[in-house]
Design a protein around this ligand. Structure first.
Ligand code: SF4
Length: 376
């Protein structure tokens, strides 16, 4: 999994370039605890690095565990095999020379700034930077994406990786996010210009009153709970007088929602983290969530009840699995799902901006007719 410096790494390059002041604020925050998503990502990065490094079969890694996450058949089929297929498509004749999980940095140009590139390769006159993204979130675009550009710029400065860029006329940046693959061809000159931008941002970040600027890069910024721009948005929203709001203003407030929601989520997470570490947060405490009762051992419970209850059918229930589970099951055996018996009924509508790629929602009457049409 990518390791990076506390100043700026691949995954934080966009934030630091756009908001140099975030570096000092993030440094004041406690380290974020790991999550199931991060641990799964680390496990998959470890597996693919070992597979590519040793030319091994991914199936050999089934059962490998990282932080309670086990590499299984589903992870292999859904993540690792499509990632390897993407590499095969780029390099069908297996001509690429490559290194994996390489720590790349800027040396004396930017001391302490480094990251770990997933794959650095070379075919003919083209150098490659490949970045594996194993999360299921929003598809990440590659064109002008500061993360792979950071790895390319750092690799060009790193003796162990610079061979891939020597006399290369093209640089291809690839983001593999199974099942999506995004490729962007750029030039060494473009990467050098990016490096200048990065150097300027890091220098700006070292100034005592470095500029803050909010934007979509705030989403992953750990400093949201203490960021003056975020708390300013909250104050403005709090002070808005509802009676004075017109439709245009409402649209401006809706634009703020993403920032507000991110801020709220991060403030809650930080408070949880502090309370779990026994740091008092005045006025708040942790309580257990509502407990649901469950059998310690289903079979033993059934046996105990059968001893006193005569009708077996009262004690067990059979439930049809969901279409999503059935699809996963059938896919393995290459069987077709009875799709005519599936209907997707949304539990409601969600408000998004007009440029969202999803089509506008059907009115509920139309949706109901579609659902009912399958029942008659
Ligand atoms: S939340 Fe946004 S504006 Fe605030 S420090 Fe982080 S990146 Fe900058």
């Amino acid at each position: 999994m990518a390791q990076h410096s506390n100043i700026v790494g691949g995954s934080t390059a966009k934030r630091v370039i756009n908001c140099p002041g975030s570096v000092a604020l993030v440094a004041r925050m406690p380290p974020k605890p790991s999550s199931i998503y991060a641990d799964t990502g680390t496990l998959l990065h470890n597996v693919i690095a070992e597979v590519l490094d040793g030319n091994l079969d991914p199936a050999d890694f089934i059962g490998m565990v990282h932080e309670n996450i086990t590499f299984d058949q589903d992870l292999m089929n859904d993540k690792i095999l499509p990632a390897l297929a993407a590499l095969n498509e780029i390099d069908p004749e297996k001509k690429m020379e490559y290194v994996v999980e390489t720590v790349v940095g800027f040396g004396d140009v930017l001391p302490g700034v480094f990251g770990s590139a997933d794959l650095i390769g070379r075919i003919g006159d083209t150098a490659y930077i490949m970045d594996w993204k194993f999360g299921d979130g929003v598809v990440v675009e590659v064109e002008e994406n500061p993360q792979p550009m950071f790895y390319a710029a750092a690799a060009m400065r790193t003796p162990e990786a610079a061979w891939a860029f020597k006399d290369a006329t093209k640089i291809e940046l690839v983001i593999v996010q199974p099942p999506h693959v995004r490729r962007w061809e750029t030039t060494p000159r473009r990467i050098q210009l990016f490096e200048k931008e990065l150097i300027a941002a890091v220098k700006a970040a070292q100034q005592p009153d470095a500029d803050l600027a909010s934007g979509d890069w705030c989403r992953w910024c750990a400093a949201k709970p203490i960021c003056p721009l975020m708390t300013g948005v909250v104050d403005r929203a709090r002070m808005a007088s509802l009676k004075d709001i017109n439709a245009d203003q409402l649209s401006t407030y809706l634009d703020m929602i993403d920032q507000l929601e991110g801020w709220i989520k991060d403030v809650r997470a930080l408070a949880m983290q502090m309370l779990e570490a026994d740091v008092a947060v005045p006025g708040y405490k942790l309580v257990p969530k509502r407990a649901t009762r469950q059998w310690i051992d289903d079979e033993k419970a059934l046996e105990a009840m059968q001893a006193v209850w005569s009708d077996q059918n009262d004690l067990t229930e059979v439930k049809v699995i969901s279409p999503a589970k059935a699809e996963k099951l059938f896919k393995k055996e290459k069987l077709a799902l009875p799709t005519e018996l599936i209907v997707a009924v949304s539990s409601g509508n969600t408000l998004v901006s007009e440029d969202d790629p999803r089509p506008a929602a059907l009115q509920i009457g139309k949706q109901l007719s579609a659902a009912l049409g399958k029942l008659v």
